[in-house]
Design a protein around this ligand. Structure first.
Ligand SMILES: [Zn+2]
Length: 160
C-alpha cells in the first residue's frame, strides 16, 4: 500500500491530567507513516484511524520519549563554556552541530560546576493524547524521498 501522510490535532496531558501541549494554535501535526516522525506509541494508534475520528491514547514512557537516562546527566566545568557567556539554569543548547544530538538543559550551577541534562523534557513520563484526525492523503514522491511529511499542502511547502 502507498505510504500516507496523516494530519491530526492533539492535546497532550501528563499522567496527572495537566495539559502540556495543544495543537490548536499552530495547526495540526502532519507525519509520514513509518518514519518515526512521531513517538511510536502514538503512531501505532493513529495509523488505524480515519478522518474525523477522535481517540484518547495512553502512551507509556517507554513508547513515548523513553526512560530517564542517568548517563545523559553530566557535570562539566564552567570554564569549558565560552568566556562572557552568562549561564543560567534553564539554558538550552546542543553540544555539537548534528541536529540529532540531544539538547542539553542547564540544571544546576554550583562552584564553577555546571550540571547538564540531555534527557528529553518528557523522558520518563507516561502521556495521554486526545487525538482528532484532520487529514489523510497519499505521500508525495518528494516526501517519501525526504522521509518526512510536508504539511497540509505539499505543493506549497518550502524547506527553510
Ligand atoms: Zn522535505
Amino acid at each position: 500500500m502507498a505510504k500516507r501522510v496523516i494530519g491530526f490535532h492533539y492535546k497532550l496531558f501528563d499522567s496527572k491530567g495537566q495539559l502540556l501541549e495543544n495543537s490548536e494554535q499552530q495547526g495540526p501535526l502532519y507525519f509520514l507513516e513509518g518514519h518515526g516522525q512521531i513517538i511510536p506509541g502514538l503512531e501505532s494508534a493513529v495509523i488505524g484511524m480515519n478522518i474525523g475520528d477522535t481517540k484518547k491514547i495512553d502512551v507509556k514512557s517507554k513508547d513515548a520519549y523513553g526512560e530517564i537516562r542517568a548517563d545523559l546527566v553530566i557535570e562539566v566545568s564552567e570554564d569549558q563554556f565560552p568566556k562572557g557567556k552568562q549561564l543560567k539554569i534553564g539554558d538550552q543548547f546542543q553540544v555539537d552541530q548534528n541536529h540529532n544530538s540531544p539538547v542539553f538543559i542547564v540544571k544546576n550551577l554550583t562552584n564553577g560546576k555546571v550540571t547538564l541534562d540531555g534527557n528529553h523534557p518528557m523522558a520518563g513520563k507516561d502521556l495521554t493524547f486526545d487525538v482528532k484526525i484532520s487529514a489523510i492523503r497519499p505521500a508525495t514522491a518528494e516526501e517519501i524521498a525526504h522521509g518526512h511529511a510536508h504539511g497540509e499542502d505539499p505543493a506549497h511547502f518550502h524547506h527553510d
